[in-house]
Design a protein around this ligand. Sequence first.
Ligand code: ADP
Length: 494
Amino acid sequence: MPYLLSLDQGTTSSRALIFDETGQIVALAQHEFPQLFPQSGWVEHDPWAIWHTQLTSLRQALEQARLTLADIAAIGITNQRETTLVWDRQTGQPVYNAIVWQDRRTAAHCDQLKAQGLEADFHARTGLLLDPYFSGTKLAWILDHVPGARQQAEAGKLAFGTVDSWLIWQLTEGRVHVTDPSNASRTLLFNIHTGQWDETLLAHLHIPASLLPAVQPSSSLFGHTDASQFGHACPITGVAGDQQAALFGQACHQPGMVKNTYGTGCFMLMQTGADAKASQHGLLTTRAAQTGPDAAYALEGSVFVGGAVIQWLRDGLEMIPTAGAVEALAASVPDSDGVIFVPAFTGLGAPYWDPYARGGVLGLHRGTTKAHIARAALESIAFQSAELLLAMQNDAGQTVTSLRVDGGATANTLLLQLQADLCGLPVIRPKILETTALGAAYLAGLTVGIWDNTDQIARQWQTDRVFEPAISADQAGQRMARWQQAVQRVMHWA
Ligand code: ADP
């Protein structure tokens, strides 16, 4: 029986999962690592903590499954995206901590680039917005602030990478410096249309091209584990950023297929195939995982506060003992009795993009109970996701026929029913919810012939439960309109 090892390097933990050829999980190990907050708005990771937790998880997963690397047909890697590392090509030592995607230190640099009138150019070439979220300005920050870094970079002595590149560098003992298009497309340096690092953008950000990894398809041979260190030369044959890996793991291979991941935030991606759809509604255009010579694209939107609103009910208000308890409380009332909760704690993303919006609970009256507020909080996750879906349908000019879901909050069946009602679509929860790791395993397995094509993978994907809409399109429209009114009331607040 061939096995695939998937390394899932996330923001708070590194995980390793082993899958068999039917896509079932055989073993799972996970290790958390410290989050570093050196200043307000700054978020860093120790690159060695990322690697060591990943390596420990890898070894433990193998032990659990009573396997060795020699039993693994191929390794797939999926990772927190945008997080930026720079290391010395000779010594392998990072010159600075990893600057994490959440880090806002380059906000002023982004404002400056916008003031120079460069946003339209960045947007046209990368599909992204000028925001500190993406890697480019983080990389520029390291070159400008670490003593000697710029000179060394100009002398070709340094390597830049997102977390996938860093892990592959470690696994190959520094022999291979690569990434895939799904990760490259989050850097602000990669032209998603030509599939090349973009010289104009590199010039805007003063970044020497010698820093950059080679970009190759997500499903291809990236390198082998170093036999002297790992005991076996195992091929690394699948790489994708976490959200694109999840899209692949959800078998959303055909244009128009959409997945939504409900975690701390929510990430919705629509596969658009060979078409790079430009968004009129504040969505990002990005590269999807690429299995052959041809580029694949996706539209992406995110909700900043998704499951986090439930954490706030638990920790901020102490209204519920556990996140899971929200379902029973919310289900104890038939509706929110007119209460609408807009959890714009950190502003609003697509389609509003208002950093000055703040949270609000509207429509309170003397009969309002905590159950109504809990229900409104849960509904807010579904409202925000439904708005992303609407934006996607408008941008893509395509009707969506169902929504595939995953992530921690999909344990909540009331949430998924609300989502089906608001979107007017079947919401489908798969049997395997580890879609991110599974996506990386599928990409790796395709390269080595465990699966012949994506159709075979799509046939393997299995439904756990389907949630059908239970209200009319009119009712859904009325509820969405009421939500949109509430959003207008909390915008431009701070
Ligand atoms: P992440 O990968 O972002 O850490 P997870 O996929 O682990 O997130 O999901 C955790 C999030 O889901 C938390 O924000 C939590 O509040 C929320 N959550 C967990 N269980 C439930 C539930 N039953 N109902 C609603 N939200 C939940």
